[in-house]
Design a protein around this ligand. Structure first.
Ligand code: NOJ
Length: 757
């Protein structure tokens, strides 16, 4: 067990003492994090190989032996973290241990629903519990730091990394960011069984032009402060120990070399005291961007911009730092400040006292059944019921034959989604398995894939992480298989059709130019629906897809995301009504790719009456609004009241509403509060989320939910004033189950506008 060290003075004194005895070379070594691929397992078993980059392990081990590394990434085996830790400690005169970082995105061994799905729970407690499990597993194998949460907002679902974030809204994004930081770090850095959280990628990565990964982002200050910064600021306020840079150019300056971001905003404005790491090779890439002249210039500009540590895939450019200091290009005090932050992180984590992990204990923690249950509950809470004409929940007792259709229905690898590495496919429960287990022997559950999985047009390095649904299944006769699926549906009482994207079609380097269902999935769905057998459509996804046909023609649609290790079990529990769906969309669901970007909190401009008719060929309304999702049963919002109808700037108003379950089954609701400022020194969005609360209600139950609207909720960043302001204005407020809520009231804010920073 590590000790929680909270005494900042002791930490600082120890860091200073270490620093005083270090050479410039030793200091520079602390600022490099190396990729260590040598023992990364190919957990899919498909390549029959280690994911091995030739000579890379040797380069890293040489650096460790000369005390030239501060951190490693991508080691997740406890014996390996111990071995490498020993090499590092023995390799430097001061016995300074390594920090091990890892992409712990939605679980380590226990895989949780993907991050966008966790955001769809609208339940900070569930999100925190998930990352606490991830932290516990990670810490047990010797990982000290997660490259997560990704708190980049995006308004462009073509961008593959939408799956890693919390969607489009800064308020929800901030709440999800805080819950994740708490989950990873617990009471603080160094807490038992917790790890350092590293919100990323600072900042604006989600605005990549055209949704193309890594492409430039051009973001006004107004959008930066009102939209993209709030989740980062919230994560910093929650105590995150690390921040990662972003790959792209931001308004003409690469984010990783952007002094304004890291020094002026992050440290000077928000008071961030942790350490900053670059994204992989991002300091080196300052040269590729056409920003730095050469590798030494990249190192100098990265460090002086505020990037303390370089994450290096190949030879680190921070190797030049010692030389740059001796030539006077980089100030030694700047180097010292960065090294001090890294040393402090190691001291706070207790690594000098306990650098190694117990391998038996690691096995025990990784196999903890309580972790799997937490993942199942999260998957149940994350699912979003997009449509239901009453077909759901299914009554298992009234069914004799269920057809389960679509290759994603029985793909273990797709069930857990992208961006995970240490998973166990054996224990992963697919939708087909979950349904079979739930209904038992009394109901015949037959399966037909119907079609083969679609293949991406351009192969990516991410394909090496495997795609379990074989793209070219042996002996697969396309027409015969389609006919078999249709025949199966025709002779069943209900058809559960699973459609979506294969897990490697989304994530890093997996942007799409279309939102259509890939491959022949729509054709399969249409053919199955044409049999007349009722269809339940399950959507496995991390971005909105073009569901226009399904929305019109299919009676029940449940978005199950990539639900994780126990996903199939959770889905079955939802289908048969053991639990009520209560997830809500964390993004606006467009009808078609041509509508992108489309957000709920847009402003009104000319001809507002025709806001929904901006296109010649398609409605300019979404298919599903932000916050949308149904539950089973019958619930309503009523009796919205305000404790005051007028407040002065700086004061608060309390909004109360009742959530009522009028039906005979439990319901899951999310009370969502939106505001609109009618006039002021800027024109403000038609609606802005400023509060939410998920509630479970038993049959007949009524719950009062209370929200406070004060300066923090009513202020915004004003482009003319170049700062936060709060206006005297009339405000509308609504509470309901999505962003089109109609139950509303209004109040006045009086007094002169003032700086609200
Ligand atoms: C690149 C990704 O952008 C970042 O999110 C990730 O943490 C690093 N690679 C390390 O894998």
């Amino acid at each position: 067990m590590t000790t929680l060290i909270r005494d900042d003075d002791t930490i600082r004194a120890k860091a200073d003492a270490l620093l005083a005895g270090m050479t410039v070379e030793e200091k520079a070594g602390q600022l490099t994090q190396y990729f260590y691929f040598g023992f990364m397992r190919d957990t899919t078993g498909e390549s029959g190989d280690d994911l091995h980059i030739p000579n890379q392990p040797a380069m890293v081990e040489t650096a460790l032996a000369r005390g030239g590394a501060g951190a490693l990434l991508f080691v997740n085996d406890p014996a390996e973290t111990n071995r490498l830790q020993k090499l590092a400690i023995e390799g430097n005169r001061h016995g300074i241990p390594l920090l091990f970082g890892f992409d712990v995105i939605h679980g380590l061994r226990t895989i949780f629903p993907v991050p966008i799905a966790m955001a769809a729970t609208w339940d900070p407690a569930t999100i925190e519990a998930g990352q606490a499990v991830a932290a516990r597993e990670a810490r047990a194998v010797g990982i000290h730091w997660a490259f997560a949460p990704m708190v980049d907002l995006t308004r462009d679902p073509r961008w593959g990394r939408i799956i890693e974030g919390a969607g489009e809204d800064p308020y929800l994004g901030a709440a999800v960011a805080v819950a994740q930081v708490r989950g990873f770090q617990g009471e603080g850095i160094g807490a038992d069984e917790r790890i350092i959280a590293g919100p990323k990628h600072f900042a604006g990565y989600g605005a990549a032009m055209g949704g193309r990964d890594y492409d430039e982002a051009n973001i006004s200050d107004y959008e930066m402060w009102n939209t993209f910064f709030p989740p980062f600021e919230a994560a910093v306020e929650a105590g995150a120990g690390n921040v990662m840079t972003a790959y792209m150019d931001l308004n003409g300056i690469p984010a990783t070399g952007n002094r304004w971001l890291f020094t002026e905003v992050l440290r000077e404005t928000w008071g961030f005291e942790g350490f900053v790491v670059s994204d992989a090779n991002a300091v080196k890439n300052l040269e590729a961007h056409g920003f730095a002249k050469d590798a030494p210039d990249a190192a100098a500009r990265g460090l002086t911009a505020g990037c303390d540590m370089e994450m290096a895939v190949s030879e680190p450019v921070y190797d030049h730092l010692a030389d740059l200091v001796s030539r006077g290009t980089v100030d030694e005090a700047t180097l010292d400040a960065s090294v001090r932050r890294v040393l402090e992180a190691k001291l706070r984590m207790g690594l000098f006292d306990e650098p190694y992990v117990d391998e038996d204990r690691a096995r025990e923690v990784l196999n903890d059944p309580a972790h799997r249950d937490t993942a199942r509950i999260a998957a149940e809470k994350a699912a979003v019921l997009l449509e239901n004409d009453g077909l759901l929940p299914l009554d298992a007792g009234a069914l004799e034959r269920i057809a389960v259709i679509g290759p994603l229905a029985d793909s273990k690898r797709d069930t857990i989604g992208p961006w995970c590495f240490d998973f166990d496919l054996e224990e992963t429960v697919t939708v087909l398995e979950g349904i079979r287990d739930r209904v038992g022997d009394g109901v015949v559950v037959d399966y037909a894939p119907g079609i083969r999985p679609a293949q991406r047009t351009f192969p990516s390095m991410f394909d090496m992480f495997g795609n379990n649904a074989p793209v070219d299944p042996e002996g697969f006769d396309d027409e015969l298989e389609l006919a078999r699926a249709v025949a199966l549906a025709g002779t069943s009482d209900v058809a559960v059709v699973v459609v979506g994207e294969w897990q490697n079609m989304i994530g890093e380097m997996s942007s799409r130019s279309s939102l259509e269902l890939p491959g022949r999935q729509l054709e399969l769905l249409q053919a199955v629906a044409a049999t007349g057998t009722p269809v339940v459509l399950l959507v496995m996804n991390g971005r909105p897809l073009d569901l226009r046909w399904a929305a019109e023609n299919v009676p029940a649609i449940l978005d199950i995301w990539y639900p994780g290790t126990r996903g199939g079990e959770a889905v079955a529990n939802l289908l048969f009504g053991d639990v009520a769906p209560g997830g809500r969309l964390p993004f606006t669901w467009p009808r078609t790719v041509g509508q992108i970007p489309m957000i709920y909190n847009h402003t009104v401009s000319h001809d507002p009456e025709n806001q929904g008719k901006r296109y010649w060929d398609e409605a300019s309304t979404p298919l599903y609004p932000f916050g949308h999702g149904y539950t089973y049963g019958d619930s309503e919002f009523r009796n919205l009241s305000l404790d005051r109808s007028e407040i002065a700037i700086g004061e608060s108003v309390t909004v109360t509403v009742e959530v009522v379950n009028n039906g005979s089954v439990p319901v899951e609701e999310v009370a969502q509060l939106y505001i609109h400022q009618r006039h002021g020194t800027s024109s403000r969005p038609v609606r802005d989320l400023k509060g939410f609360q998920r509630v479970s209600l038993a049959s007949g139950e009524t719950r009062r939910v209370e929200f406070t609207l004060g300066p923090k909720e009513l202020r915004y960043w004003n482009a003319a004033a170049k700062g936060w302001v709060q206006d005297a204005a009339t405000f509308d407020v609504w509470v309901g189950g999505d962003s089109t809520a109609t139950l509303g009231a209004s109040f006045e804010v009086t007094g002169p506008a003032r700086d609200a920073g």
